[in-house]
Design a protein around this ligand. Structure first.
Ligand SMILES: [Zn+2]
Length: 407
């Protein structure tokens, strides 16, 4: 049994890597070296060439980083190093919860070390070269430290509680962990925008003026109570622009990047905002929250089931059944299911994007949204014609040409 699981874990890892490679290849082939007629009005030929170069540079880095990570995974799996790490740590740590936290800590640290050079390269070489990067070395380092502290402050107690549930509550493990995670994700949805995001960016209420008035007039018209409308200093890190909606109930918040305000006209910004309000009006925020809670429940139920079988830890080289090694094995076994769930969620999300676009068109102005989307695409050097399979598997937003067509 252990042998079969061992082979299955390696097979799943290799197949999902190859699947990713195949999708990259399809996307590459879908690119035309000359500007296609469909791109007219979004890119000019110079900008299109720039996109090609940008896409190529990103593709190359992606290929190197995914190759390194598959090699690292196969070495860890093939030589039973997850189990070896467990056995080694047990010499120093006796406490079950500390042991599991230490185990995930070492793995997390290792994977950050591997990904760090890529993140440095893509920020300071690629994004820099294409004129997007505004991040200073200082901001980059401070971000990293804040990120680490934040994951310690939130992740350690949360992780410790889940592990404690596992050791103390037996059969009730999955359901108690589910309740905890549900509360946690509700809490984060409500407060992340007010407590966590301000640690990284500055949020200022949109000042009085033409734009604010236009937004207020629109919100009045559709009956949206506008309490929190903020401008975020996205330009601190990147020239790319965006807008988003976050939070629930009275905590809901609309955020516009300062870069968006710089690049777009008032009508275009109101149209983008109307799209965001469309997500709210059509209950998309609530819907995706509920779905993710259900998904977490299913996952925890299966995790509880798998953890009872010690063969999974043994397949990874552990000496005996081990919670944390079992979690790693489960993560790999579950990954095809999670890919399938991800495909379903992306399909739903693309449908929601069309709905929000339609809402903006019906309540405000389709033409303004279309021209806003075109600008956003050209400024951000987005892919106009990704391969349909790639869209199917991983795109949360429909390709912009499809959105324009529907508008
Ligand atoms: Zn949207």
């Amino acid at each position: 049994m252990t042998q079969i699981i061992y082979v299955a874990l390696i097979t799943i890892t290799v197949v999902s890597f190859l699947l990713g490679k195949w999708l990259d290849y399809l996307n590459d082939k879908a690119k035309s070296p000359e500007m296609p007629p469909e791109a007219e009005g979004i890119y000019d030929s110079e900008r299109y060439q720039k996109w090609l170069a940008y896409d190529k540079a990103n593709g190359r880095v992606g290929a190197i980083s995914s190759s390194i990570s598959i090699v690292a995974s196969l070495v860890m799996l093939g030589f039973g190093l997850f189990g070896a790490l467990d056995i080694w740590l047990r010499q120093y740590i006796e406490h079950d919860i500390l042991l599991a936290l230490g185990f995930f800590g070492v793995l997390g640290f290792g994977s950050s070390i591997i990904s760090l050079p890529f993140s440095i390269y893509s920020t300071f070489v690629i994004e820099e070269k294409f004129g997007f990067n505004k991040t200073t070395v200082k901001t980059f380092i401070v971000d990293m430290i804040k990120g680490l502290l934040l994951s310690a402050v939130i992740g350690l107690p949360l992780g410790a509680l889940v592990i404690w549930f596992y050791y103390e509550l037996g059969e009730l493990f999955w359901i108690s962990a589910w309740v905890l995670m549900t509360f946690f994700s509700l809490f984060m949805t409500m407060f992340a925008a007010s407590w966590i995001m301000p640690l990284f960016n500055k949020f200022t209420p949109l000042e009085e003026g033409e734009l604010r008035t236009a937004i207020e007039v629109y919100c009045d018209k559709v009956g949206f109570k506008l309490t929190n409308l903020f401008v975020m200093d996205g330009s601190k890190r990147s020239g790319k622009s965006n807008a988003f909606f976050s939070g629930l109930g009275p905590k809901k918040k609309i955020v516009l990047y300062d870069t968006l305000i710089e690049q777009m006209t008032t009508e275009e910004i109101v149209a983008v905002l109307a799209h965001e309000i469309g997500h709210y009006k059509k209950q998309h925020t609530r819907q995706s929250l509920i779905l993710s809670i259900v998904q977490t429940g299913v996952m925890l139920y299966l995790l509880g089931f798998f953890l009872r079988m010690e063969e999974f830890s043994l397949a990874l080289g552990s000496g005996a059944g081990s919670f944390h090694v079992g979690v790693i094995a489960f993560g790999i076994i579950f990954s095809p299911i999670s890919t399938l769930i991800g495909i379903g969620m992306s399909m739903l999300s693309r449908k929601n994007e069309f709905e929000a676009d339609a809402y903006a068109r019906d309540t405000y102005d389709g033409a303004a949204l279309a021209s806003g989307l075109k600008k956003l695409t050209a400024e951000n050097l987005s892919n106009l014609m990704p391969h349909p399979y790639v869209v199917f598997v991983s795109y949360s937003h429909p390709p912009v040409l499809q959105r324009l067509e529907r508008l």
